[in-house]
Design a protein. Structure first.
Length: 77
């Protein structure tokens, strides 16, 4: 799922890193795979998140609007 420039999915925000002498392009979109996910209680899933263009900072912050429904672990990031 690709989102147009300026439309960051709910729960995500763009981050920036790098030395001040480096020019890092702004994020134009975020791709999340899979596009849709159906799960049962107790199941786990891994989402792949890419910030586009690839040269933009790949840092992002994800959060769950309702933590009673799901949780996020940053393992593997």
């Amino acid at each position: 799922m690709h989102r147009p420039a300026g439309q960051v999915p709910q729960g995500f925000r763009q981050g920036r890193t790098g030395k001040s002498s480096e020019v890092t392009p702004d994020a134009e979109s975020i791709a999340v795979k899979p596009d849709a996910l159906a799960m049962r209680v107790g199941e786990t899933a891994r989402l792949e998140v890419s910030v586009l263009p690839a040269e933009a900072s790949q840092e992002f912050v994800a959060r769950i609007a309702d933590p009673s429904i799901a949780t996020i672990e940053s393992e593997g990031l």
